[in-house]
Design a protein around this ligand. Structure first.
Ligand code: ADP
Ligand code: MN
Ligand code: MN
Ligand code: MN
Ligand code: MN
Length: 362
């Protein structure tokens, strides 16, 4: 059967229900990360609370982990522990999004709960005041899994006009990008910008700078919001690092990083010391920088090689780039260009802290 990208939305009908009075109750959408690094969510009703909810006021909940690849069928309960709360840009009013960590019944963190370990590292090394800024690249697909707006047969014209492109034939689905940006701002996500990318149907948004564990929290909610917005517009979001083989750019999750010391006058020596440490643990970093990253980190299309570590000022073909302006000022931050678009930000930010400042169990 032929598939189609056409999609009928009932958004106008939905409007009248969204404004109905909730009679003292709110909807709390619990959001978690599954075994495939996809977001999942489910909703429950709570009594509206004066001043709103913070994570510690919210009940622990659970779900069937055997249906998400997170637990065996004979011991399937996985617990949802609220860790961050955001206003819900879809349900509006007092309704909330509740980012949750996954915990097993025996009191251990679930295998796919990377946040727990990252939070320990952030706390242990909090004196360095780590800031992260992540650049999330992604590709919009039609419901038939082809990049949105690509010809049914063949390929678009070669790359060149699409990056930061303006106009028909250069960008697609800008309405999703705008809706997502507004939804992030409403939810209090520290989104810092967006741009069309090099491959048509590829976009990027940036989140940061965020302090410590907040980076992973905000990026995961931003991914959730993007999936929800795209769902409404009849598109899919792909975080594949190399969605189309050949002469088409891959998708990354460039990770900009600084500490208090790096941001101060003369901070370059702290930047260089961190890069030196990163260079010695290249393969450990690559191991948590996303699945399928070898198809992207080829040394072409503005990437470094997956097999070796390199760095340079203003060099987009290196593993780590020091921005030109940072080199000129002699303080600031650096960019780790290795992470793939599908990587878990808790693993990225966690291992950077571990490599620079030592493991959590010391
Ligand atoms: P690029 O030139 O690589 O495309 P972007 O403008 O897309 O860079 O993203 C730069 C990111 O770096 C933003 O998310 C921004 O918040 C972040 N950033 C800026 N300054 C710092 C800093 N001192 N520490 C960490 N991140 C930073
Ligand atoms: Mn049920
Ligand atoms: Mn960017
Ligand atoms: Mn980019
Ligand atoms: Mn970048």
């Amino acid at each position: 059967m032929a598939t189609t990208d056409s999609f009928i939305s009932n958004a106008a009908n939905l409007q009248k229900y969204l404004s109905l009075d909730q009679k003292g109750s709110i909807m709390a959408e619990y959001i978690w990360i599954d075994s495939e690094l996809q977001v999942r969510s489910k909703v429950r009703t709570l009594k509206a609370k004066e001043g709103g909810y913070s994570p510690s006021d919210l009940p622990i909940w659970n779900f069937d982990g055997s249906s998400t690849g997170q637990a065996p069928g004979d011991n399937s309960d996985v617990y949802l522990k609220p860790v961050a709360v955001f206003p819900d840009p879809f349900m509006l009013g007092d309704n909330i999004l509740v980012l949750s960590e996954c915990w097993n019944a025996d009191g251990t963190p679930n295998k796919f709960n990377a946040r727990h370990e990252a939070a320990k590292l952030m706390e242990l090394h909090a004196a360095h005041e780590p800031w992260f800024g992540l650049e999330q690249e992604y590709t919009l697909l039609g419901l038939s899994d082809k990049p949105y707006g690509w010809p049914v047969n063949g390929y678009p014209a070669p790359q060149g006009p699409y990056y930061c492109g303006v106009g028909g034939g250069k960008v697609v689905m800008r309405d999703i990008v705008i809706a997502h940006y507004k939804a992030c701002l409403y939810a209090g996500i520290k989104i810092s910008g967006t741009n069309a990318e090099v491959m048509p149907a590829q976009w990027e948004f940036q989140v940061g700078p965020c302090l410590g564990i907040e980076q992973g929290d905000h990026l995961w909610i931003a991914r959730y919001l993007l999936a929800r917005v795209a769902e409404e517009f009849g598109a899919k979001v792909s975080f594949e690092p190399k969605p189309i083989p050949g002469d088409w750019n891959g998708a990354g999750l460039h990770t900009n990083f600084s500490t208090k010391e790096m941001r101060e006058e003369g901070g370059m020596k702290h930047i260089e010391a961190a890069i030196e440490k990163l260079s010695k643990r290249h393969s450990e970093h690559i191991a948590v920088y996303g699945k399928g990253n070898e198809a992207r980190l080829t040394g072409r299309h503005e990437t470094g090689s997956i097999d070796s570590f390199s760095y340079g000022v203003a060099n987009r073909g290196a593993s780590v780039r020091i921005p030109r302006e940072v080199a000129a000022k002699n303080y600031g931050y650096f960019e780790d260009r290795r992470p793939a678009s599908n990587a878990d930000p808790y693993l990225i930010t966690g291992i950077i802290m571990e490599t620079c400042f030592g493991p959590a169990d010391k």
